[in-house]
Design a protein around this ligand. Sequence first.
Ligand code: C2E
Ligand code: MG
Ligand code: MG
Length: 711
Amino acid sequence: MALVVIVDDQPTNRNIFARLAVSIDSDITVETFGAPLEALAWLHDHTPDLIVTDYKMPDLDGAQFIARLRQEPALADVPVVVITIFEDRSLRLRALSAGATDFLHSPVDHQEFVTRARNLLKLRRQQLQLADRAKVLKLRLEHSEQALRDSSERLGQVIDSVPSLIRATDLSGHLLFINSCQAGIIQADPATIAGVDAASVLGEDIGIRSNALDRRVIEHGRPIADVEEEFSDSTGAKRVFLTSKTPLRDATNTVIGVVTCGTDITERKLAEEHLYQLAHHDSLTDLPNRMLLRDRVRRAIVRARRGDSSFALHLIDLDGFKGVNDLLGHSAGDKFLKSVSQRLRAIVRERDVIARLGGDEFAILQTDVRAPEEAEMLAADVLRAISQPYMLQGERLTTSASIGITMHPNDGDDFEELLRKTDLAMYRAKGEGGDGYRFYATDMNTRARDSVTLDADLRAAIAKKQFLLMYQPQVDATTGAVIGAEALLRWRNGAGEIVAPGRFLPRAEENGLIVPINEWALWEACRNAKAWQELTDKPIRVGVNLSPVQFQRQDVPLLVAKVLAGTKLDPGLLDLELTENIVMQETHSVLVQLQQLQTLGVRISIDDFGTGYSSFSYIKRFPVNGLKIDQSFIRDITTDYNDGVIVKALINLGHSLNMQIVAEGVETAEQGEYLRQEGCDVLQGYYFGRPMPLAELHELIRQGTGLRRSA
Ligand code: C2E
Ligand code: MG
Ligand code: MG
């Protein structure tokens, strides 16, 4: 159906054109007008598909007529043909600029009229179809935009109603989104958060850690789970969240950011702490129990291995406590024990540990003991405090104690042995009438004599070159490939026995012989490491243990530089193992030496991590590349929930400071698998290989894999 309008003041022309128009197609209607104004009035309410108009007319000429009709929005695109008898170009231009589409000459050739009109009608049809389609598209678009708005709004509401924190950051650490739980915790407005640097709103510590972990997620394209985040809420109370991080991907699967989700585990943590407290403390006095004491002594042993000064263990048994119970009853006995524990607490320093082992038996782990006299002083203080009178149920009571003392490492190198000997010493004190203390050794002169002999033996050992190095492989946790080995010192003494470092290093630290011994160890290890690079095309690094004493007595960076130059070992393959306590000394000189070592390009690892007093906020200020988690945490990792949690936290925190994490003391496949799953980078322990002679290590490097069970 097409509508053609014809405007001409000549009735003959109108009739001819109308006839021609109708002949174009069967469904064409024609409307004719003799005067342009009349036509305009009609066109106000109608939209034709083609207008044919004469140019020369009364009232309005063709150009004026077109200009007027083009003002009607509905007529803006309707094709208009102008019929003119003049060959005048200026007339045509006027008509064109007013909006004419085409021209026909009068007298009009019928064939030409029909052809042009048909073409213009076809054009018009296409024009209308296009407009229709655009309209439909626009409608659809509006509809889907609305749907999208609706669904993302709904999603937003769902996310906001989740009682967990959710936030998303982009590749450069700027926030994309936070839900209301997260917003509530950090007291931020979710509406204005987009584009803000995450670190600046999360708080410095959480921000830096979160950023580093985000970078790992982005780098590896893999999620990270179980990272604890601690926020202070608006009331200042601490809230702990167990968070996981997942890569955020766009439609093409490219990682464009990270989504962090966290569940509030504050209550659970409190419950755990409570359970830990119950399991590790004595319910009557609230003092650590035997289990916790054992743990603390073990850690002290690890620390003492390398120069952190030694410790003493005191076992305190009240004399005649049974009498109190018999005389005043058990509840009075309990009160009495509580008073004793309070007095003990008042004496010891914060670093020391007092434990109640049961009944009237207490123990003190006295740390940082440089000489037996210091242990004697503490024992005397204890005796004095305990012997002050007590008031119980209106009765004035007095008591005394017998104390046994052992000194590490002279009296033993493990908790059970030390406790047994302390017990013996205590019984001796008791046997001598009580109210006194006794050291384990027969007498202190032998002790002194022992040290003198050991000193002489060690000096001879250096001269006779009796030291040797064993190497323990370190393997990549995911591939199982050997990536390095730790050099561990041994002494083959005059009798041909192999002596472990725990037996002689503490003394060598004391008398300074550790300096030449370790100097030798460093040369030897680097020489060997240089040689084993020939065995494979993969770099295999060497770990060398350093002692705090070296940092006090020698220029460690100078020594390392000399050794590197002398052996031509790639500095990146030397991994210096330091204890937390070296770092904790915080003397300017230590910091400077560490920085110089870093400049040399060697790796620095913190050994036995977790047994010392350091904290992460402290460690992060030092140029450290790796953390070695101490074996005391690994031992029960698959069975002791607490150790599992600690290790997970150490791994994640370490990673958040961009450090490589090595687990020491891996003895079983289960431990290895657990650590691998938690994202630990490198594994070391008997399961992968005991400390072995160089030749055996060579064999292992040639095979390329450390994944084997050692004999
Ligand atoms: P470390 O540096 O922490 O070395 C790891 C110790 O754990 C080694 O004892 C190693 O034999 C032992 N170990 C490794 N895997 C396992 C395992 O799966 N289970 C168990 N139970 N133990 C495992 P080692 O060789 O007796 O060395 C003891 C410590 O002596 C070292 O602890 C280090 O502190 C010190 N040390 C060793 N060599 C040197 C040295 O050249 N210089 C200095 N300054 N200290 C050294
Ligand atoms: Mg080590
Ligand atoms: Mg270690």
